[in-house]
Design a protein around this ligand. Sequence first.
Ligand code: FAD
Length: 515
Amino acid sequence: MIACLERFVHDNDAESKPDDDVSSIGKSLDLQGSIESGGKTGIAGKDFGGLYSVRPLALIKPSGAEDIARVVKASSLTSHLTVAARGNGHSINGQAMADGGLVIDMRSTEENHFKFLRVNGSPYIDVSGGALWEDVLTRCVSTFGLAPRSWTDYLSLTVGGTLSNAGVSGQAFRYGPQTSNVTELEVVTGKGEISVCSETQNPELFFGVLGGLGQFGIITRARVKLQLAPDMVRWIRVVYSEFEDFTRDAEFLVTQKEGESFDYVEGFVFANNDDQVNGWSSVPLGPDQEFDPAHIPQTAGSVLYCLEVAFHYRNSDHPSSVDTAVSRLLGRLGFVRGLKFQVDVSYVEFLLRVKRAEEHAKANGIWDSPHPWLNLFVSKSDIVEFDRTVFKGMLKDGIGGPMLIYPLLRSKWDNRTSVALPGGEIFYIVALLRFVPKGPSVEKLVAQNHEIVQWCIKQGLGFKLYLPHYQSNEDWKRHFGNQWTRFVERKARFDPMAILAPGQKIFKRTHHNLN
Ligand code: FAD
């Protein structure tokens, strides 16, 4: 088997008979699933970002953990093969790619697990690492009337892909990120071993893999906490002209007890003008709603702020009780009166809201264009400075897509996971989600992202990249800070030859153990 892999690697260098070789590798690995030639144009060499493309050796569609373990073990016996799990390829900077390596299409395992269970009376669902969150949602709600508690805004992402980062949305202030909402994982390590891990069983692997950027193992199954799914959501947007008012109210809402706040809290910055994409019209929630700029105070600057909240309720709740509860919560906020928008939608429709935006963007041809996105976590102590320089300055005309900003609470994150966070209890997620046509502007925007990051470093801001992307060892060390040693130790223990997730560019494939 190994001889075959080695021969394949060398033959492929000379670009000879790739299809024959791939089929002979497939046979020698004795996979239940399938293997196909990688190629630069296939899905394995591309991602949502559209900024990078590489030529992998082959794309493997495993049938489950055993196939994945076989592929990793076989790779470990070669001198330089790497293995990248590919969730749904929604990374921006090639994180799920393997140049010259093997890409594992996790989607082929999406049906492998869907088992409901109770642990100490609480409901959980076991799902495949390759399952899409949108399928987990619709199946859990329609089958059990239950749903996971913590989400991402967009759900065509895989369970393993978001757990390898964090998984953040407007529920994270209450329940923590998705990494705080799983209790057990099945993982194929970089040694090709299949391990079940949890807080009490192989905890170092469990916490390492959560937010671990795919460095320690490939998640093949996750046990996700469930709760009763509401029927309906009142989805509301209110506008602020002053950043200090916006942050005061957002922080107030995320620090209230359950039952005394909304169930979802997010926010975004938009341009104070009539630009169709970046301006006032990005705020209303329905076609019948109009943003009347006459309400904007004279003192407002180049950008405005929108607080987006949601209130869950059941069909059996009396409409007046929902109105009363929502009015009471809104009554405590200092938004610009007259600039409030709301709609009532089903819970599933609310969680699938970005899917509608995706359909729209696909119809306009901008979904498949490049996405030079930048995501950061910024400490509360530095967010005013960030607003002043970045939103009110560099990005005052908008970015051709959403500029999200909302507060999160560090105490809802488990510091045993691999995620790197800035200091302080309250920090903000800032997401610059650019949609741009192909062309020279893409490089300019990548350069602008770089400029923002460099400015943060130079000013000594408390910040971390979310979905980080660095090229140098020095940058990775700075990113992880005092967690770097632990990160390296975990790598040495679970993937000593640095076979996994080469697209993150943290460790180089080695012959010898890292330790
Ligand atoms: P991929 O991009 O395929 O993989 C990401 C990384 O994880 C790679 O290194 C890969 O090797 C590794 N990996 C993949 N599967 C596994 C596995 N099973 N086990 C171990 N490692 C694995 N993120 C948020 O937190 N909140 C949001 O609201 C949000 N919204 C988004 C909206 C859009 C439109 C897009 C494109 C992205 C969004 N993201 C959001 C970012 C998203 O969480 C990341 O891009 C994540 O990596 C997505 O996953 P994927 O399943 O496509 O993974």
